[in-house]
Design a protein around this ligand. Structure first.
Ligand SMILES: [Mn+2]
Length: 318
């Protein structure tokens, strides 16, 4: 049995698209909302099974990875989050690179020699790695309009991954993947009037209109904290809003808080774009927190701890 396990954001989806365009196969899909990263716990497999794991931290899946390797499953693991200790096993093929300018789709692109480069470019834009995306796009000689379209698509797919549950999303990530993988290039998807693109873009743009009037709860020259109102759209925009703020104020660190289903805050943290460091470390100091140097999050911050959060955010980035 083949099982494809991937993060439900642009990077995870575009990584798998590239691999399956290269090597088509009917596989069971395991994915979820962007923050649903303990994906291997949902997998049961053994000898003869081939697993592909993309864009979810190995550190958060270690126990289950070891369980599956011990059961005899073969695993290809490609990712750019902190891996923790990588298990030594002849059954594990791991390509892990945590450099801040790299994403999983760019790692897959390296493996495939740039064959489906436009999908990797889309993903890099989705992960807010604009410079990496533009560098990777160079050999494609795209016009500026096409490049901006890929950026828009990457942002929209990334945006679609945010929510407390798949029900919050416009498109379930596995459903979106199944549609997108039919196109050799994302530009073909964008040009197809029968595709889901217009609906995805409309959902994104409508959610973004809510942000225009939003003021920070706390702001200095070095950092800003936004608390989103308790509305369904808030769960979807938190990550994309963080990226947008980072691009607009590159010297500032940002935190975007939204209420989740358990009543606590879900927190997205972005390090200053001009100094992509410290976000993962900061978030890891809270229970249920983690991520990368540039972009990280806390899944459940009790509302009563907001003052403490603010104090520590100021210490870390002020
Ligand atoms: Mn990623």
């Amino acid at each position: 049995m083949f099982i494809d396990i991937f993060n439900g954001d642009a990077d995870g989806i575009c990584a798998l698209i590239q691999l399956r365009l290269e090597q088509p196969r009917e596989a069971q899909l395991v994915t979820g909302v962007k923050r649903d990263i303990n994906l291997l716990q949902r997998v049961d497999a053994g000898a003869g099974d081939e697993l592909t794991v993309l864009d979810v931290s190995m550190a958060k899946n270690t126990a289950d990875l070891q369980r599956l390797l011990a059961a005899g499953a073969q695993v290809l693991y490609i990712d750019h989050h902190l891996p923790g200790e990588i298990p030594q096993s002849p059954l594990l093929d791991a390509l892990i690179d945590t450099s801040p300018e790299i994403c999983t789709s760019l790692l897959v692109d390296q493996r495939l020699g740039g064959k489906y480069r436009a999908w990797a470019v889309t993903a890099a834009f989705g992960d807010n790695l604009d410079a990496s995306a533009e560098a990777a796009a160079k050999p494609l000689s795209l016009g500026n309009a096409d490049l901006q379209s890929l950026r828009q698509l990457g942002i929209a797919i990334n945006y679609n991954g945010y929510g407390s549950s798949v029900a919050d999303l416009h498109f379930a990530p596995d459903q979106l993947y199944r549609e997108l993988v039919r196109y050799d290039s994302p530009l073909d998807y964008l040009a197809d009037a029968g595709s889901s693109w217009s609906a995805l873009l409309a959902g994104y743009e409508q959610d973004m209109t809510h942000l225009e009037a939003l003021q920070p709860d706390y702001a200095t020259e070095k950092l800003a904290v936004f608390i989103l109102p308790r509305e369904p759209w808030s769960k979807r925009v938190s990550g994309v809003f963080g990226n947008r703020l980072a691009n607009e104020y590159p010297d500032r660190a940002h935190a975007v808080l939204s209420r989740n289903d358990s009543g606590a805050y879900t927190v997205s943290v972005r390090a200053p774009l001009n100094n992509r460091a410290g976000a993962g470390e900061f978030c890891s100091s809270f229970p249920g927190g983690g991520g990368r140097a540039a972009a990280a999050g806390i899944n459940d911050l009790p509302v009563a701890q907001y003052g403490e959060f603010l104090r520590r955010f100021e210490t870390a980035f002020g």
